[in-house]
Design a protein around this ligand. Structure first.
Ligand code: G1P
Length: 291
């Protein structure tokens, strides 16, 4: 068994109901944040973290995602004929980003089930999971930071963030204690998916980045439906915790929930302000608004 984290699984079968009506026909993963589909941010993060193979777990109506990462022969030919070399390079760079495999999740049985669909393609080695809705802006890619912790500590690693107040009920929540050596590490003793605010064991919410050992696949096979009647990844990892170490990790960086309308608006403003080609113009526009 290789102990290197080489593969990243992207669960992308969800229906995106939080973003209706935009997602009636367009997969939510294809909604543009400035000028790139949100899933491309996750793919670029994975590649920058040393991932060599990407697995998309898709479902009905997600064909646009496959086309996006494929060569667009007609578009490339047109751009070449017109001498639009910069745009041609941009289009080609997307199709050559990564080695991607696709597997279908035939029924929406939950995030744990989606990850389980990638079992054969991942094989018997540690792997990453990236939830594309969670776009993370970080100097060192979030997944790279986490792979560093995995290599050092040798147990599964879940990205976490402190969430104050009742909003915690939208997340998987960790129980445990801060590590004595590295304050960014949280030694897990338990976890619960979408607890009631009063029952949340801590303020440490799981964010959509995971580095997991392959044993989790066997445990997911035995996981019964949990919160929302779905097979939850959190429940599979809780079973893993009974056998192996699991760590929470407070990553350095800022996370946006781009699967949510308000989160997408926040991300759009922040990411636009970082784009050198129009940052000044956009800042001036924002400053001129009567708020
Ligand atoms: C999923 C996970 C949850 C995690 C969250 C992070 O929930 O089940 O544990 O905290 O992603 O974004 P979802 O947002 O799919 O309901």
């Amino acid at each position: 068994m290789s102990n290197r984290v080489r593969t990243a699984v992207f669960p992308a079968g969800g229906q995106g109901t939080r973003f209706l009506p935009a997602t009636k026909v367009i997969p939510k993963e294809m909604l543009a944040l400035v000028d790139k589909p949100i899933i491309q941010y996750g793919v670029e993060e994975a590649i920058a973290s040393g991932i060599e193979h990407i697995i998309f777990v898709t479902g009905r109506g997600k064909g646009a995602m496959e086309d996006h990462f494929d060569i667009s022969y007609e578009l490339d030919a047109t751009l070449e004929k017109k001498g639009k070399h910069e745009l041609l390079a941009l289009s080609r760079s997307v199709s050559s980003l990564a080695r991607i495999s696709y597997v279908r999740q035939k029924e929406p049985l939950g995030l744990g089930h989606a990850v389980l669909c990638a079992k054969e393609l991942v094989g018997n080695e540690p792997f990453a999971v990236i939830l594309p809705d969670d776009v993370i802006d970080a100097e060192v890619p979030c997944l790279k930071q986490m792979i560093g912790v995995f290599n050092e500590r040798g147990g599964s690693v879940l990205a976490t963030q402190t969430v104050e107040g009742p909003g915690i009920s939208a997340y998987g929540v960790l129980a445990g204690a801060q590590d004595a050596v590295n304050p960014r590490i949280y030694n897990c003793t338990g976890m619960v998916e979408k607890p009631k605010f009063e029952a949340a064991p801590s303020k440490q919410a799981i964010i959509g980045r995971y580095v997991l050992t392959p044993r989790v696949f066997e445990l997911l096979e035995q996981t019964t439906p949990g919160a929302g009647g779905e097979i939850q990844l959190t429940d599979g990892i809780l079973a893993l915790l009974r056998e192996e170490k699991v760590f929470g990790y407070t990553f350095e960086g800022r996370r946006f929930d781009a699967g949510d309308k308000f989160g997408m608006l926040q991300a759009t403003v922040e990411f636009a302000l970082k784009r050198p080609e129009f940052a000044d113009k956009f800042r001036a526009f924002l400053k001129g608004l009567e708020l």
